[in-house]
Design a protein. Structure first.
Length: 360
């Protein structure tokens, strides 16, 4: 890496995530190879063992990897794992344990088509899995980059948010972004750190024992734990929502999209504007917390929404909820590893523009 962090370097998305994690202070990585995120694992395998305190371990399975994350996080260290869709499913129990123990961690999902083994091409069909969680009542902070540069900045942000709120942060990318190469700046500014008085670092007879546990056999106690946790989630929703508005000042059609499909959508919006159609976009950067307020306010100004996504229709449900069904919400989608083309999106913009604006 160049010593001048302001100088741009050409990096693949997966490798940019790994380098950003190291810059954020992560010295512990546990994972298992799976396409299309294997370069991230390989990068960590090369870099971490050469660093003071660095630990890389290719676990025997994804299940083992997430449980190793729980152990290191309990000790107060910044730790991460990464995988792709089926591998994240295997980590599901551990993700719920992290939430139940109120432990910070950083998890990367470079999505591939499914269900099942599916294929190795890009997808966004893990949206529900990421934003709804696995068993139990809990939330994960979900960050959705649309460029290699954002993979860097959101990785650093993800570690910070995880420590700040004692939560798991997930970077939800896709196979295209993971494999894409773009110039990036590694100037990420000052790295924020947080005290962890709850960590199991050994008392040295100077404090009471810290206990990390997600089990409570007393219903009233478990209920209170959940109530307290959701008070913290409420603070996250009030303070950590991130989104980008693109040409929304006078927009009559609002596209909602994230990740690689948001980049496609911008091209379609530019073409629509050239044809005299006032299209714009709200791009959620945090998928949870979702930018509900921004979409609800947009619903009072535009005549229709379009959810552009690589799934059979998952993001669209949050768009409908956020806009309270005030205006029609159309779906522009491809799946199975196929990326919508600008023309696919443009056709849907024309369809939305021809609507009378009545409530669906």
């Amino acid at each position: 890496m160049s010593e001048d962090m302001s100088e741009k370097v050409l990096m693949k998305g997966n490798e940019a995530i790994a380098e950003a994690a190291i810059m954020a202070g992560c010295r512990h990585y546990f994972g298992y190879p799976i396409t299309p995120q294997t370069e991230l694992t390989a990068y960590m395998a090369k870099r971490l063992p050469k660093m003071e305190g660095g630990v890389f371990l290719q676990a025997e399975s994804e299940i083992a990897a997430i449980n190793m994350v729980i152990g290191v996080s309990s000790a107060g260290k910044r730790v991460m794992t990464s995988s792709s869709s089926p591998g994240i499913s295997l980590k599901g129990e551990g993700l719920s344990y992290l939430a139940g123990c109120d432990l910070p961690a950083f998890v990367v999902n470079v999505q591939r088509g499914g269900p099942g083994l599916g294929g190795i091409q890009p997808s966004q069909s893990d949206y529900f899995q990421a934003t709804r969680g696995t068993h139990g009542d809990y939330h994960t902070i979900v960050l959705a980059p649309d460029s290699v540069q954002e993979m860097v900045s959101l990785t650093v942000k993800g570690f910070e948010l995880a420590d700040k709120y004692r939560m798991t942060s997930m970077l939800l990318a896709d196979g295209t972004l993971g494999q894409m190469m773009e110039p990036v700046s590694l100037d990420v500014g000052e790295i924020k750190t947080f005290d962890k008085p709850w960590a199991t670092t050994g008392t040295k007879m100077q404090r009471p024992n810290n206990i990390i546990n997600s089990l409570s056999l007393i219903p009233e106690e478990l209920e209170q734990w959940n109530m307290t946790r959701f008070e913290r989630y409420k603070v996250v929703e009030e303070n950590e929502v991130m989104y980008e508005e693109y040409m929304m000042d006078d927009a009559e059609i609002c596209l909602v999209s994230f990740g690689i499909t948001a980049r496609v959508s911008k091209n379609a919006i530019n073409e629509a504007r050239a044809q005299g159609i006032k299209a714009g976009m709200i791009r959620p950067i945090t998928l949870w917390p979702f930018p509900k307020k921004a979409l609800c306010e947009a619903a009072d100004k535009v005549k229709a929404f379009i959810s552009v996504e690589m799934s059979m229709g998952q993001l669209i449900e949050d768009v409908e909820l956020a806009t309270r069904c005030k205006k029609p919400v159309l779906l522009c989608n491809r799946c199975g590893g196929v990326i919508p083309s600008p023309q696919n999106v443009m056709d849907k913009i024309v369809e939305a523009n021809n609507l009378g604006g009545e409530k669906a």
